[in-house]
Design a protein around this ligand. Structure first.
Ligand code: DAH
Length: 430
């Protein structure tokens, strides 16, 4: 162990000379001042204040000095290190403040930005119209009924008394999903024209299936109709095998579903999507919507049908517009009619010799709005309902068409293109 070197002069020891200490200090201060980031400052700290920094090493030399030299050298080095320490602390504070300011700038959330740039979603005008139309009938005591869009051909056509060769079944009009299943013509279940268990029929069976007796349908529906339906007529269409599957061409198959599954009396309304293989143009769309109404009760007459239609027109287009029935033909109603209402814009004035032309009714004074009629007894029979006891009326109308008439929409494509500018005009009702 060697004691302090009594001959040791700090001025002679280069690292401890005032000039050298000042140089090391200045170098440290310059490095600290020029550090532009906390990272650079950390490097400057290690280089000038760390264990191997010149001033640290110089400080370590002080112990080896003779006592009389130690105080002076200690003061000099101590003052220099204190200055460096202070400079480090100041620069650290500066750079930290700088960093915090930068973080605030780059990670800032501008709370003044508009929060409602994304408008709230809204239901489509067709949906709103379907709901409004349904509401009118619900208010009269009707229930809402539904059916599948991919429908058994049997429900869409056969049960509605469309003969097998009816042109509406043609591929030009109907979109086919699947052909009929091959099943034996006689004897097997569904072998005589029933839906034969095809998709979506829910196993209700065709009109002739044994599933018909019993259950809710048996009330008032026992006896004859089922057997009379069995012999001949369009319902036993001669097509063996089950029913094919199509995209329903109208909402009328829901009539059949309702009659087969609900107790009598029956008052239902059924809005929904329908399909036809039409090319898209201003007045045709392969996808559109209809709403169907059906009432089956004892003693219903055409007067009840007229009353229901008039109430509907009053509710949708305002009171005071007359309705007109003209003979028409639908296989599932007898008699059938097409319904027109007085034009809600010109109120018939445009049809008079001196009247201003009207674009909405094309100066006819009347606008066709629906097809309707008294349910054909054949259809009641197909559903196991006794036509001697019950009668019914039905109607169907296009939802887009009603929307277009009511709001002066001239191009049906507007209802399917999804342009929000079209929808917005109807309001953002949720
Ligand atoms: N289903 C018919 C169509 O799409 C419309 C229709 C007519 C429905 C008369 C009915 C009705 O319920 O009775 O053209």
């Amino acid at each position: 162990m060697s004691g302090p070197n009594t001959n040791y002069d700090p001025v002679e020891v280069t690292p401890l000379s005032p000039d050298e200490v000042a140089r090391m200090r200045d170098e440290a201060l310059a490095a600290i001042a020029s550090a532009r980031t906390l990272e650079e400052l950390k490097e400057a700290r290690i280089a000038h204040f760390g264990d191997k920094a010149p001033l640290t090493l110089a400080n370590a030399e002080i112990g080896a000095l003779p006592p009389q030299a130690r105080a002076e050298a200690g003061k000099r080095v101590g003052a220099a290190r204190a200055e460096v320490r202070r400079a480090l602390a100041e620069r650290t504070a500066q750079l930290e403040a700088e960093r915090d300011r930068q973080v605030l700038l780059t990670e800032a959330v501008d709370v003044t930005l508009p929060w409602d740039r994304m408008p709230p979603g809204a239901r489509h005008p067709v949906t709103m119209a379907a709901d409004r139309l349904s509401d009118v009938f619900v208010a009269m005591g009707y229930e809402v009924a539904e059916g599948p869009e991919a429908e058994a051909e049997w429900y869409n056509f056969d049960a509605l008394n469309f003969p097998p060769d009816h042109p509406a079944r043609e591929a030009q009009d109907t979109l086919f999903v699947a052909g009929p299943k091959e099943t034996p013509a006689e004897g097997g279940p569904g072998g005589t024209g029933g839906p034969g268990g095809t998709g979506g029929t829910g196993g209700t069976g065709g009109p002739l299936s044994s599933g018909r007796s019993g259950g809710p349908l048996s009330s008032g529906r026992s006896g004859g109709p089922l057997s009379s339906g069995r012999s001949g007529g369009p319902l036993s269409s001669g097509r063996s095998g089950g029913s094919g599957v199509i995209l329903r061409t109208h909402t009328s198959p829901v009539q059949i579903r309702a009659m087969l599954s609900r107790p009598l009396p029956l008052y239902v309304v059924s809005p929904g999507r329908t399909y036809r293989s039409d090319a898209l143009d201003a007045t045709h769309s392969p996808v559109f919507h209809q709403i169907e109404g059906l009432a089956v009760d004892e003693g219903l007459t055409m007067a009840d049908l007229r009353g229901a239609i008039q109430s509907f027109v009053d509710a949708m287009f305002g009171e005071g517009l007359r309705t007109r029935f003209r003979p028409d033909f639908f296989p599932f109603t007898e008699p059938s009619a097409d319904v027109s209402m007085e034009c809600h814009i010109c109120r018939g004035a445009s049809a008079r010799p001196d009247g201003e032309p009207c674009r909405v009714c094309r100066s006819q004074g009347w606008i066709e709005i629906a097809g309707c009629g008294m349910v054909n007894p054949r259809v009641l029979i197909a559903c196991g309902i006794d036509p001697d006891r019950y009668s019914g009326f039905a109607f169907g109308l296009g939802i887009e068409r009603t929307l277009m008439i009511g709001h002066g929409v001239t191009d049906i494509r507007d209802t399917i293109e999804g342009d929000v500018r079209f929808s917005r005009a109807f309001g953002t009702e949720i």
